[in-house]
Write a protein of this length. Structure first.
Length: 430
């Protein structure tokens, strides 16, 4: 491992440009002698082995792809620009998790976790010998402590729904949390089984529809792990993260899929930020009663269709004959994207299994797709918490009525055809 820099010591000079010489293809013999293959689902980290995705030495690699997902492209740009040494190895001193998570029995169940490395935050601990020997093993999960502050929480305090306790929730509205950032690590046989397709068909589709970016998908069947160039997820924990071990302590959870326009900028065409804020409030309430709350935030912008597609759909909804209305809400998305939704919640429960969750007492979601995926993994769900009507922006009523008509959970009767025609959004230029 790289040692800490001494005070006053200058950093190593960055590389002056990309490495010279011939290009080493994955078909070259020197690149095919991978490090020990990962035994996914083994009973311990030692028996399973580390995930080695560093690109510095092809002979050590035992995965397809590169660490950091889409950010690996920025890394490549930094190397090309001469600002990053291409053989830099991370110094992991003092980077250990700020809270203990696991291990849990789900970690050794090949059917429970297939899209992330459950030991991804513990590499310094469980693979210390391999690190000392020079193997470039990089964390795919980081766990830290922080405070979050949202105006909606302050409003809940002002209205008396939440009260400061001096520990979890401070007088100025700061909320103390444990948070974990998780990069995807796909076990291809498990992914294929989860989606009921053959591993061969999965590999071919991934290869062809990424423009042939990862040839090892179709040339290296011995490599079973893939580090896909997609966004990961973040977990925010309110309360004691280890409370999941105690069956007598309540668990609240919201699984939230990214919506930059609403979550960050407050766009009112959907209920994403209001529902996220409501989920945080429920998590705080639960933690203050001695339980624990989790927000699982997935990078799946625009139902995993992307923000460009989402904005195109907005235009189509607002410009269609008759205006934006609930009866054509899903139809307009399908016309543009070819599908209503590509989030495919089948992989989503992996994060809950990583956290050791076996049940959710208060599930803050109306989505039947999320509910079915979670319960399908054997995680029990008690109460389902819908967003209060008072938190739904006026322009978002189109979305809410359409979702209720499509079978999303609601305590209200399913809207009829006339109600679908009545629910309308603003004009594009209003």
């Amino acid at each position: 491992m790289i040692k800490n820099k001494q005070p006053g010591q200058q950093p190593d000079a960055p590389a002056k440009g990309p490495a010279k010489g011939h290009i080493k293809l994955t078909s070259h013999p020197s690149q095919r002698d991978a490090a020990s293959p990962v035994q996914w689902g083994a009973p311990s980290a030692g028996a399973r082995g580390p995930v080695v995705g560093a690109v510095n030495d092809g002979a050590q690699r035992n995965v397809i792809g590169a660490h950091s997902g889409s950010y690996s492209i920025y890394r490549a740009l930094a190397v090309a620009a001469g600002t990053l040494d291409p053989v830099h190895v991370a110094d992991l001193t003092d980077t250990a998790p700020a809270a203990r998570i696991g291990p849990y029995s789900q970690w050794a169940d090949v059917g429970k976790i297939v899209s992330l490395d459950p030991y991804g935050h513990m590499v310094s601990e469980v693979f210390s010998e391999q690190l000392e020997s020079g193997l470039d093993i990089r964390p795919t999960i980081a766990v830290t402590k922080a405070r979050v502050n949202m105006p909606e929480i302050k409003e809940a305090m002002r209205k008396g729904r939440l009260e400061a306790d001096g520990d979890l929730l401070t007088e100025n509205g700061d909320v103390r949390v444990t948070k974990a950032a998780i990069e995807p690590v796909w076990y291809l046989p498990g992914i294929a089984e989860r989606f009921a397709v053959s591993e061969t068909d999965l590999r071919r589709s991934l290869f062809e529809h990424s423009g042939g970016m990862y040839t090892e998908l179709v040339t290296r069947n011995d490599l079973k792990l893939f580090l896909p160039p997609i966004g990961g997820l973040t977990v925010y924990c309110f309360g004691d993260v280890s409370a999941v071990r105690d069956p007598g302590r309540e668990i609240a959870c919201r699984v939230h899929d990214e919506c930059n326009g609403s979550d960050v900028f407050g766009s009112d065409i959907c209920t994403c930020r209001p529902y996220l804020a409501h989920g945080v409030e429920v998590c705080i309430e639960t933690a203050q009663r001695g339980g624990v709350g989790f927000i699982v935030y997935n990078r799946k912008e625009g139902r995993a269709l992307g923000e460009v597609t989402k904005f195109l759909v907005y235009n189509a909804r607002k410009r269609q004959l008759g205006g934006d209305r609930a009866e054509t809400y899903f139809e307009r998305t399908e016309c543009v994207a070819g599908v209503q939704d590509m989030r495919f919640q089948e992989l989503m429960p992996d994060a809950l299994n990583w956290l050791g969750i076996a049940r959710i007492d208060r599930f803050v979601s109306m989505s039947d797709m999320k509910y079915d995926a979670i319960t399908g993994q054997g995680i029990e769900i008690g109460e389902r918490v819908a967003i209060p009507d008072s938190l739904i922006p006026e322009d978002a009523n189109v979305e809410m009525v359409a979702k209720k008509a499509a079978g999303y959970f609601s305590e209200e009767p399913e809207p009829d055809a006339e109600q679908l025609k009545v629910a309308r959004g603003r004009d594009l230029h209003d």
